[in-house]
Design a protein around this ligand. Sequence first.
Ligand code: AKG
Length: 230
Amino acid sequence: MTAVFTPSLFDGADLVPGRPGDVSWSGAHRTQLDERSWVDVVPGWLPGAESWFSHLSHEVPWQQRRRRMFEQEIVEPRLTSGWALADAPAPSDELAAHLVERYDVAFDRVSANFYRDGTDSVAWHGDRVRFTHPSPVVAIVSLGAPRRFGLRPVGPAGASGRRGGGTRWLTVCGGDLLVMGGRCQHEWQHTVPKEPGAGPRISVTFRHSDPGPVAARSERAREIPAWALR
Ligand SMILES: O=C(O)CCC(=O)C(=O)O
C-alpha cells in the first residue's frame, strides 16, 4: 500500500473493502459486569480491518509517551497518537457516526495505540474521562493480532469480596469492537497485558468530550428559552 496519509482528501474507501457503512452489529453481545457497568463486544464489527491496520501502522505519526508514576518517569510500552474526530484518519468519522447512533453520545475524540508485539501493553487503569463524566462510553476497535483484554472491579468489594464476580478476561481480534459503559471507567479497570509471542495490534478508541446523551442535547436545544416565556 503506497497511499500517503492526507486526512483532508483521503476517504479511506480504497483501504477498507466494503464500505465502512457496512459495519455489522449482528454479533453484538452485552455483558452486565454488575448492576451499573457493562461491556459490549461485537465480533467482526469492521470490514477490512486488516487494510486499516496496515495503513495506520505506516502512516500515523506514532509517539512513545512518558509519564510519571510513583516519583519515576516511565516510558509507555506502546506507541500512541490522538486527534479530534475531524482530523482523525478516515474512516473514523463514519465509524463514529455508527457509534453515535447506537450509543447516543457525541464521540468526538479518537486515539490510537500501537502494540508492536507482545511486550507492549497497558497496565490496569480507568480512563481519565471518569474525572469529568459520570457514565462515559468508551469504544475500542481492534485491528491486527488478537490480544487478551482484562476487566476487574475496583473500590469497595461486596460481601463476597469479589464485586461483579471478579476479573473477566476476553480476547479481542482484528475487526472486533469493544465498548465499555455505565460506571465501567469508575468502578472497573481494564488492561491489555503483555503476551509473549503476540503479533502487532492497533486499537482505535473513540471517546466523547460532552458527558451527556446526544438525544438529551437536542431536546435541550428544543426547549423554549426562559426569555420567551416572560
Ligand atoms: O488497547 C486497548 O484495547 C485498550 C486501550 C486503553 O485502555 C487505553 O488506551 O486507555
